[in-house]
Design a protein around this ligand. Structure first.
Ligand SMILES: [Zn+2]
Length: 258
C-alpha cells in the first residue's frame, strides 16, 4: 500500500520519526524526568524507555546501588507497569514511577500517541452486552500480523529497510500530498490496527532485536484474548478463523461472530 510518490529520503525520515520512543531518565539530579530525592539514588540512576502503552525497558545507568526488578539485579530488562522495581532501597512499581513524572520525556512520542489513539477500540454500540463481534473482528489483524512481525524482526539486516515492510503491512501510507514547499506524507492508519501500536518499537534503534521480539510476543499474548473484559481468556496459538467458526466464548458466552 506504499504510495510511489514517497521517495527514499522521505521514507527514511518517516521510519526515523516512527522510531521515536519516549525516554524517561530517573535519578536524584533535577535534570531527570523522574526525580527521586534519596541519597542512595545516583544522579542519573536508570532510564525507562516506553515501547507500548504497557511495555517498557528499564536500563540501569551504571548506578552505584543498582536497579532490581522483582528482586533480581538488572542492567536492562523488559518490564510491565505492574512490575516492582527496587532502586537503591526504594520499592516502587513502574506505574507509581510514572506518576512522579514532572516534565515531558526527552522525545515526545507523537507518532506513537497518534497510533495509540487511532486504535482505541471503538465503543460497543450494540444493545447486546455480550456482543463482542467488533473487537473480535479486530483480532484477526492481531493473529495475522504476529508471525509476519516476528519474521520481519528476525531478519535483522533487513530490519531498517523492512521498516518499509512493517509500515506497509500494518498501516497504509495512502498518499503523499504535494504542497508549496514539498511533499508531506499522509499516513492513513487502517482500522482495527491489530499490533500497529508496535511500529515505533519496531522502528526504534534503542532496542535490540531480542527485545523487540520479546515485546512483540508480549503484546500478542496481551491482545489475542477473548475481548470480553471480564473474561480475557487467552487464545494462545488458536487460529482466528477457527474461533470465528466457534462464534461464542465457551467460558463467558461472549458473542464473537454471528
Ligand atoms: Zn470469554
Amino acid at each position: 500500500m506504499l504510495s510511489v510518490s514517497i521517495n527514499e529520503g522521505q521514507f527514511e525520515q518517516l521510519i526515523h520519526d516512527f522510531g521515536q520512543l519516549s525516554v524517561y531518565t530517573i535519578g536524584r539530579g533535577l535534570d531527570n524526568q523522574i526525580v527521586i530525592s534519596n541519597g542512595k539514588i545516583s544522579g542519573h540512576h536508570a532510564r525507562l524507555i516506553q515501547c507500548t502503552p504497557t511495555s517498557f525497558i528499564l536500563e540501569d545507568l551504571s548506578s552505584k546501588n543498582g536497579s532490581f526488578v522483582n528482586g533480581v539485579r538488572i542492567t536492562r530488562k523488559v518490564v510491565d507497569k505492574q512490575d516492582t522495581l527496587r532502586l537503591a532501597d526504594i520499592d516502587i512499581t513502574i506505574e507509581q514511577l510514572l506518576s512522579l513524572l514532572t516534565v515531558e520525556p526527552i522525545v515526545s512520542a507523537h507518532s506513537a500517541k497518534l497510533i495509540q489513539e487511532s486504535i482505541k477500540t471503538s465503543p460497543n454500540t450494540a444493545v447486546d452486552a455480550l456482543d463482542f463481534t467488533r473487537p473480535f473482528a479486530d483480532l484477526q489483524h492481531v493473529f495475522e500480523q504476529y508471525p509476519k512481525l516476528r519474521r520481519d524482526c528476525r531478519s535483522r539486516e533487513k530490519m531498517i529497510r523492512t521498516g518499509s515492510v512493517i509500515l506497509s503491512s500494518v498501516i497504509g501510507i495512502s498518499a503523499a500530498l504535494t504542497t508549496g514547499g514539498g511533499s508531506i506524507p499522509i499516513i492513513h492508519l487502517m482500522s482495527g490496527a491489530g499490533l500497529s501500536m508496535l511500529i515505533p518499537t519496531l522502528c526504534s534503534t534503542l532496542l535490540s532485536t531480542d527485545e523487540k521480539m520479546e515485546i512483540i510476543d508480549k503484546e500478542y499474548r496481551e491482545q489475542y484474548r477473548c475481548p470480553n473484559p471480564v473474561c480475557r481468556d487467552p487464545f494462545g496459538t488458536r487460529e482466528w478463523e477457527l474461533l470465528f467458526q466457534q462464534k461464542t466464548c465457551r467460558r463467558c458466552q461472549a458473542i464473537w461472530a454471528k
